[in-house]
Design a protein around this ligand. Structure first.
Ligand code: NAP
Length: 245
């Protein structure tokens, strides 16, 4: 696989899975747009790492949940790189609680960032990719979106919504060399899962045949393959990376 000459925008790239995806694509030759919402220090250090690999990178602070910010972000990306080849919709948040205790605002905020944010980015990317007659879109969903999980009704709804969204995008754009797929990670070591209690982690681990958490780098390898030229005939599909869970 080679991404030399390709440009990629990764949402939520400052930390965790998004950061690993940005580094994996940059190592293989892509120039990278680094989206984040608030964590400028980490985004800058990633940008330096990418430039040390000999690739170009730009910082794209924006909330994916805000339509105007998303439009500005894609405009800045195209001004800097001229075209968009790859979009990875990775930005995501949790606001966990049992349904009876969950505030409607916490439900809506998770839907806004995880699902509407993905839609807004895919809409902008779709129009650029049509012009480019090429595109690879990967959305990072979650095993919670396919199985549900106690305390995560908002997150589960957002992540299963992403699957329907990507399948539809894949069908609408299939005639051009544009693909869209979903990766479905299980339990991955990042800031998001560091917040889980030891008890919750144990509960998850007991359901994972591999008996360990996954790493962001392992998810990044799968995403990179789906972003490659070699994956041209794979579209509208979902791919688990969950240690057998
Ligand atoms: P993380 O470490 O918490 O990082 C979240 C990233 O999303 C950060 O870069 C954050 O930016 C960014 N972000 C948050 N809200 C945003 C917004 N409104 N606009 C733009 N960027 C925003 O999370 P992670 O564990 O790497 O998760 C990445 C993705 O994988 C998420 O979609 C998550 O749901 C999914 N996932 C994770 C796991 C897991 O076990 N970790 C499992 C399945 C799926 P700042 O740094 O600026 O805050």
């Amino acid at each position: 696989m080679s991404f030399i000459g390709k440009t990629a925008l990764i949402t939520g790239a400052s930390r965790g899975i998004g950061r690993a995806i940005a580094l994996e694509l940059a190592k293989q030759g892509a120039d990278i747009g680094i989206n984040y919402v608030s964590n400028q220090e980490q985004a800058q250090s990633l940008s330096q790492e990418i430039q040390a690999l000999g690739r170009k990178s730009i910082l794209l602070p924006a909330s994916v949940a805000q339509e105007e910010e998303v439009k500005r972000m894609f405009n800045s990306f195209v001004e800097a790189f001229g075209k968009l080849d790859i979009l990875v919709c990775n930005a995501g948040i949790v606001r966990d609680n049992l349904i009876l205790r969950m505030k409607a605002e916490d439900f809506m905020e998770v839907i806004r960032v995880n699902l509407i944010g993905t839609f807004l980015c895919m809409k902008e990317a779709g129009s650029l990719m049509l012009r480019n007659r090429y595109g690879r879109v990967v959305a990072v969903s979650s095993i919670t979106g396919t199985l549900g999980n106690i305390g995560q009704a908002n997150y589960a709804a957002s992540k299963s919504g992403m699957i329907g969204l990507v399948k539809t995008f894949a069908q609408e754009f299939a005639k051009r060399d544009i693909t869209a797929n979903v990766v479905v990670p299980g339990l991955i070591e990042t800031d998001m899962t560091n917040k889980l209690t030891a008890e919750t982690k144990e509960k998850f681990l007991s359901c994972i045949p591999k008996k360990r958490m996954g790493t962001p780098e392992e998810v990044a390898k799968m995403v990179a393959f789906l972003c490659s030229e070699e994956a041209a005939y794979i579209t509208g599909d979902t791919f688990s990376i969950a240690g057998g869970m």
